[in-house]
Design a protein around this ligand. Sequence first.
Ligand code: MG
Length: 352
Amino acid sequence: MSVEDEASGIICAPPFRHSTIQLAHGGGGRAMRELVDSVFLPAFAGGVPAPRHDSAVLPAAHGRLAFTSDAFVVRPLFFPGGDIGALAVNGTVNDLAMAGALPEYLSASFVLEEGLELATLERVVRSMADAARAAGVTIVTGDTKVVDRGHGDGIFIATSGVGRIEDGVDIAPSKIRPGDAIVVSGDVGRHGVAVLSVREGLGFENALDSDCAELGSLVRALFRAGVVPHCLRDLTRGGLAASLCELALDGGFDFRIDARKVPISAAVQRACEPIGLDPLYAACAGRCILFVPDDELGAALGALAAAGAEPAPIGVVEGVARTRPGRVELETALGASRLLELFYGEQLPRVC
Ligand code: MG
């Protein structure tokens, strides 16, 4: 079995544990979960399964803080609608926002490859400054390391972020309740297709822009409208399907999703079909799903739309499975139903 096959997620989990790191371990799928559970959690958390949330929520002298960390290895560095710098800032801002925090401060560390054009670095840094300004955060600390030629890929960026969580805000996977409406904040799959469009030899006629954007303003709009969702999750690697599967598996929830209600642009559909990509699994960089009590659905949709989003209710939390793992049932366009599975790796590696 080749690495590419595993990274594509088409082939099921192999019946052995790898003795080397595979691309699939960075794909946000089952391979990555296995790595976290078998290597990181035993070392860092005494083997206690940590609640998988976009940020750690920590007690502070006054209230609570959200704290999160990310690394970015997207290839190529620039793609339609964004670049590694914008992705790094927005990705970290979004993880803070998904915990209901107001993102405040970021760190940014750079691993640069010897020989990188200074103009390339300056372009990425300007993009980070613009993204930080737009999201209302300040980059206050960081680090620079250089690896010798051939031992990096231009630029890798690691970011961390902190933000304050206001009293009364408690947004977490554990707060999801049966009957909650599941809403997606906009159309899915753009980021994966945008990166794919500029990968070597894979140019499309009409390049589509990534959805790369900060989500903090949407969360603030919800709060202003008096809506506090039970849970938020930004869609990144593995797209909508991976996020739903993760939440279902972690919390034992059963979700029912109507495929006909999931917004997918015609351009994403056109790009995915001929190469066998499933848009439900294609990466996003500026979309989230929301779990809201049914009686707050109208207010949530109104607040999101007023903030410039094009939200769509796509499903419901049916219940909590007690004797088996939670699952995501998809009603297809033809009226049939199938279960969404968490891929082993990613359809497309190195998208963020
Ligand atoms: Mg996240």
